[in-house]
Design a protein around this ligand. Structure first.
Ligand SMILES: [Zn+2]
Length: 471
């Protein structure tokens, strides 16, 4: 007794085909024509697309930042993801300076215990290697890889909180190279940016608009170059997170052409939002769009879309890091540097990417699946379990209605924020049904926006160390 999805078009990164999919328990048992329906529950997918569930590799649930905590915990965050068609996310465990990675790992596993509603994994953000030569921290990296945490995040921004210096970063990269682990980099020159921030505040430039102006695209480009060059020296594979602008992209492409093992993602917001449209400097409302890197000038959008089509950017994530406008963003009224950095996005990634990417003519439905599902699984060491509609893989399946019109609004979203970055936008293309490890968890066609599974059913996924799929 399984679930048989009939009459749909199965879309994988390498091609589409009108065929059936049989789910047995938690796995995809069979993909093929005319599977006998006897004894199975049938789901009719006529005129619908049957795709792998989305994988968002960059979220921050229940994360302390700037004196508050991100608004979505593992329950609301994973339910919002599922409602939008995402069945797996990779969140960040943050090591506190002076503490161990193990402690950070345990803390984040506790945050997710009995709360996660879809499968998830963790990156480890390294801020400290311990006393002396750092051998304790480097040993811990081995332990983390053994736990299935095969990617390490390094911050080149936020001095005094999360930023590490180049020496520590290089040590981590050398160790990661030995372990085949992937180094994920927040690439911005935090020291230079902090000077600009202080100067702006001293000049009375305190509005949210100045957050964007204080973090130059060149500070991102410089750090992008430095991170990739150091990783190349260390022999490590590197993945630049939330690449936001053309200058940083130039550095990436230049070093990729010279053989560096460098990959990068961009995020939904940089593809469709801009300083001109969202942060022209007119109101406090613009605090809704304070995140890091900030929104860029509009001309960058086209360059990023192009980079997704030519393969220089391989993944689209969200950097979902939600804060409520009313009582959290307000911490930075009168001082943009105190506005909690981040925006809510996990629920809308697929809608935006489909509407502007596929309907907009930038790429095919297969490329959409690659950017949102298959490449994330490959780069982050879980392609044997997730990211494609293939026999033997987890039955994480998104049944997509390319003709469904949906208007995005904070009033109807599952994310726990009091605003949407895309308020009032109508998109064409939305999740109809979402299946997570063989269980129907969302049915937007009959119960829109509701999570139907039990809270806490999500499982931790151990990932392989495969150097971003580049070994
Ligand atoms: Zn982030």
């Amino acid at each position: 007794m399984g679930i048989l999805i009939k009459n749909g078009t199965v879309v994988n990164a390498d091609g589409s085909k009108k065929t059936d999919v049989l789910i047995d328990g938690e796995k995809i048992a069979k993909v093929g024509d005319k599977i006998n329906a006897t004894g199975h529950t049938t789901v009719d997918a006529t005129d619908l697309l049957v795709m792998p569930g989305g994988i968002d590799v960059h979220t921050h649930l229940d994360m302390p930042f700037g004196g508050t905590v991100s608004a979505d915990d593992y329950t609301t965050g994973t339910q919002a993801a599922a409602v939008g068609g995402t069945t797996m996310l990779i969140d960040f465990a943050l090591q506190s300076q002076g503490r161990t990675m193990r402690e950070a790992y345990d803390t984040w596993r506790k945050k997710s215990d009995n709360k996660a509603c879809i499968d998830f994994s963790l990156h480890m953000a390294v801020t400290d290697l311990g006393p002396g030569d750092g051998s304790q921290g480097l040993r811990e990296m081995e332990e983390m890889v053994a736990e299935g945490v095969s990617s390490f995040k390094l911050f080149m921004a936020y001095p005094g909180v999360l930023m590490i210096d180049d020496g520590l970063m290089f040590k981590v990269m050398q160790k990661a190279a030995k372990l085949n682990a992937l180094c994920c980099i927040h690439a911005e020159n935090g020291s230079a940016i902090d000077i600009v921030v202080a100067q702006m505040l001293a000049e009375g430039k305190t509005a949210p608009h100045y957050h964007a102006l204080s973090r130059s695209p060149k500070a991102e480009a410089e750090a992008t170059h430095r991170a990739i060059a150091l990783a190349d020296m260390a022999g490590a594979a590197v993945y630049i997170v939330h690449l936001s602008n053309a200058y940083a992209l130039d550095e990436l492409k230049h070093l990729q052409e010279r053989g560096a093992k460098a990959l990068a993602e961009t995020c939904t917001q940089y593809l469709v939002l801009s300083i001109e449209d969202q942060m022209p400097g007119k109101s406090w409302d613009e605090a809704k769009f304070v995140f890091t890197p900030p929104l860029r000038e509009k001309w960058n959008q086209k360059v990023l879309w192009q980079a997704l089509t030519d393969g220089s950017l391989v993944v689209v994530s969200t950097d979902h890091c939600p804060f409520r406008f009313a009582d959290q963003k307000s911490l930075g009224r009168g001082n943009f540097s105190k506005i909690p950095n981040g925006g809510p996005g996990v629920e809308n990634r697929l809608q935006i990417l489909w509407h502007y990417g596929v309907n907009g003519g930038w790429f095919t439905q297969e490329k959409f699946v690659d950017l949102c599902c298959t490449a994330p699984a490959r780069v982050f060491g879980m392609e044997k379990q997730k990211g494609s509609i293939k026999e033997g893989l987890d039955a994480d399946i998104l049944i997509w209605d390319p003709n469904a019109e949906y208007t995005i609004s904070a009033a109807t979203q599952r994310m726990a924020t009091d605003y949407s970055m895309f308020e009032g936008w109508t998109v064409k293309g939305n999740a109809a049904k979402v299946i997570s490890r063989g269980e129907l968890v969302v049915d937007n066609s009959t119960k829109p926006g509701k999570f139907l599974g039990t809270t806490g059913r999500g499982r931790f996924v151990k990932r392989e160390a495969n150097a971003g799929g580049m070994v």
